[in-house]
Every structure is written in C-alpha cells, then in structure tokens.
Design a protein around this ligand. Structure first.
Ligand code: COA
Length: 402
C-alpha cells in the first residue's frame, strides 16, 4: 500500500541564464536543448540515482510551441538519455511553471504514488517572445473582465506604485541596484557557479564557446544611474529596465524524492517541502500575488512569517517584491531576503525561475544551520502568486533566528 511521505528537494541545477535576443548567448541554441543539458548535468551529479526509477519528468514552459512544444517532459527525458520507460509531461502556469512542476511532482510523491521525479522548466524568451503566439479571448476586454493593461506585466508593476504611493521609485531603484551588487558578491564568493551546467553555444559567426555564467548581470549599476533610465511601460512612469527582470533564456531542473527513496538510494536531500500554495489576485496588479499565496502556505504549515529565516522572492519587478516585504513588515534591505541577489540581475526565464529560487535557497540552507525554514515565492501573470515553504535539513536546532 502506498503511504503518505515527506517530500525532499534532493538537488537542483540550471543553465547559466542568457540575455534574450539576437545578441544573447543562446540565440542559436534550441530551448529544449537547454533543459536537456540541465537534466544531463543533474543526473551526472546524482549518479547513485537509478534513471529507470524516475517516476515522472515535469517540465514547464509558458510558450508551448516550436522547440518548447511537444510535451517537453517526455521529449526532454528521451533526449537526455533517460530510459524509454520513464514518462514525462509539460506544465504551464506562466512565471510559476517550474514551481508548479515541483509542487505537482511533490504532491505525487507526498501521497506515495511516486518515489523519484524530475521537475523544472525552460523559457527561451528570445525564440518565444512574451505574449507571442497567444490569442486572448476578446471577452476579457469586451466584458471588462480584465483591463487590457493587465496583459503587460510592466504596466501591472506601474499599478502597484499607483496603489501604494509610499512604495516609491527611489525604493525600487535602491532595491534594483542592491540585487545587482548582491549577485556580483555571490559570484565573487563562488556561491552561484556550483549549480550551473555549462552549455556549449554557437555565435553568429558559427564559432563555438561555452556559457558558464549568467549573462545579464550589471555589477556597475548605481542608484544614481538607475534614476536616469527611461520608463518603458508608461510616460513619466516609475518602472525601468533597472527595476525589471530582463528578458532571459534559461532552463532549470530539480530532483525530488520521497522518504523511502532517500533511504533506499542513500540520498542527502538539501530541503524538505513543508507546504505550498497558489492564490489569485486582480490581474491588473498581478505582482502582489505572492502575498496571499504566502499567507496560505504559512497557514498550511502552521507557521508565521517570523519563522522564515531566508526568503527567495522572484524579482519580476522590484516594486512587487517591495510590496510583499511592506505587507509583512520586512525592510527592503533585510539581509534574509534574496541574500545572493535575484532575477533583476540574474534574469527571469519565465517558466524556469521557480526552481532557480529553490536552488539558491538550498545552497544557503547548507551554509546556515541556524535557519530552519525558508520561503520561495513568485508572482504570476494574469494575477496569481505561488509560494513554497521549505525546511533546512542542516538546521542544528540551537539558535533561533528571526
Ligand atoms: C524593461 C524592459 C522593457 C527593458 O528592455 P530593453 O529596453 O530591451 O532593456 P535594455 O537592457 O536594453 O535596457 C534599456 C536601457 O537601460 C539601461 N540599463 C538597464 N539596466 C541598467 C542598469 N542596471 N544600470 C544602468 N543602465 C541600465 C540599458 O543600458 C539600456 O540603455 P540604452 O537604451 O542607453 O542602451 C524589458 O527588460 C522587460 O520587458 N522586462 C520585463 C519582462 C517581464 O515582463 N517579465 C515577466 C515578469 S512577470
């Protein structure tokens, strides 16, 4: 009989993230190849895991056409050399795609139906521009179900500024610059690189190279410089390229296991899943979505925000992260929040990003036995939020850190 079990994040890896577009390092690389290489890298690092025991492979993409179509989980599994007996599926929840891959596979493990699963996501925003290939039902606008601006994520970010005037452009600029500086410091300390799978890339002239680092970083960013940038989403607006996640190509993958598989294969999990939740909000201000999803996830876990020692919040836009911090009474520069920087500097390949947050949280858990719980959370287009709370297996139980 299948039994309920704890769910563990055993390990996660990702490709370096590239700038989307013709000048980006992945312009000549297929989207599916990015996730295939991430899977190969993860399976190599976890060589004790028998490939034929993987019960399912869930891969998310927001655009599921072309090289992101054809049931990505199945095609990527075959291309990565997993046995034909391993099934796979595709997942779609816009920015929370990979997060939903993890929660869906995690739930299947939790009820005892699966022992091991792979969960991740990919988005090649260069080859699949945001909002391309979609045909929104005219009723959305005709029946005033949502405002047309709700489909432009930058406009929804401007609206958070409108709704909460005390969350100023200056605060967002400071947050954006800090993200760049934190990522640079993390790179210099070698924190990010161990979880990256190097990718062979071909440039416009046909010369091969190796992608080993996130391409979009701007360590030279200053708050003064950000104050001068254009506001592309609204004339005289407040959201700029310096306080937005850039358009990005990349893929992520994680290995999840139940308690039985951890024991059977002698695995050393990096995190235990405590709870997860998704929630809906008004699409016009989609960036506040992680507030109710976090409240739901905390309630399910029987925890409060004060129990969370580390936060990995996806920086779709600085202002939407600040809105969550403000809601929970956390300072914009609280050291528990995105300690190694976030998507403003690293990039946000939509359906891949959720597992990037988890990879980064897991790496911090290993260094922080004083922290018991961490949160990964993100906003989602058309007004949703997703949150997953994790427990640190390295928690030494002695120090309680708020
Ligand atoms: C904001 C956005 C429109 C900017 O796109 P872009 O104009 O192609 O971005 P660029 O990288 O060219 O930056 C624009 C300018 O700002 C400058 N800039 C960007 N970041 C900077 C920084 N940190 N410091 C200084 N200058 C910066 C660039 O150098 C560029 O200057 P230029 O016009 O003089 O060349 C785009 O990144 C975007 O749409 N982001 C949001 C994506 C999204 O919605 N994701 C889903 C979230 S839910």
């Amino acid at each position: 009989m299948a039994e309920m079990t704890d769910v563990f994040f055993v390990d996660g890896m990702r490709t370096p993230f590239g700038r989307a577009g013709e000048k980006g390092m992945y312009w000549n690389t297929r989207a599916d190849d990015l996730v295939v290489k991430a899977i190969i890298g993860l399976m190599e690092r976890n060589g004790d895991v028998p490939k034929d025991r993987i019960d399912d492979v869930a891969i998310a993409a927001t655009s599921q056409t072309g090289d992101q179509g054809l049931t990505l989980g199945r095609t990527a599994a075959i291309l990565a050399g997993l046995p034909m007996t391993v099934p796979g599926l595709a997942i779609e929840r816009m920015c929370a795609g990979a997060m939903t891959s993890v929660t869906t596979m995690g739930a299947s493990i939790g009820v005892g139906m699966y022992d091991l699963a792979l969960a991740g996501g990919v988005e090649h925003m260069g080859r699949h521009p945001i909002g391309g290939n979609v045909d929104p039902n005219p009723r959305f606008v005709a029946e005033k179900l949502v405002d047309p601006g709700a489909l432009n994520m930058g406009v929804t970010a401007e609206r958070i500024h409108d709704r909460f005037p005390h969350l100023t452009k200056e605060r967002a600029d400071r947050f954006g610059a800090a993200s760049q500086h934190k990522v640079q410091a993390a790179y210099e300390a070698g924190k990010i690189q161990p979880d990256l799978v190097p990718i062979a890339v071909k440039d416009a002239a046909g010369a091969w190279g190796l992608a080993t680092e996130d391409e979009g970083r701007r360590p030279e960013t200053t708050v003064e410089g950000l104050a001068t940038l254009k506001t592309p989403f609204r004339p005289h607006g407040r959201v700029t390229a310096g306080t937005s996640s850039p358009l990005t190509d990349g893929a992520t993958i994680s290995l999840l296991a139940g308690a039985g598989a951890v024991k059977e294969f002698g695995l050393a999990p990096k995190m235990r899943m405590v709870s997860f939740a998704f929630a809906g909000v008004e699409p016009e201000i989609m960036g506040i979505g992680p507030i109710p999803s976090t409240e739901k996830a905390l309630k399910k876990a029987g925890l409060t925000i004060d129990d969370i020692g580390l936060f990995e919040l996806n920086e779709a836009f600085a202002i939407q992260v600040i809105s969550l911090l403000d809601h929970f009474g956390i300072a914009d520069d609280d050291p528990r929040v995105n300690a190694w920087g976030g998507a403003i500097a690293l990039g946000h390949p939509l359906a891949a990003s959720g597992v990037r947050l988890m990879i980064q949280l897991a790496a911090q858990f290993a260094e922080r036995p004083d922290v018991r719980y961490g949160l990964t959370a993100m906003c989602v287009g058309l007004g949703q939020g997703g949150s997953v709370i994790w427990e640190n297996p390295f928690f030494d139980g002695k120090k309680k850190r708020k």
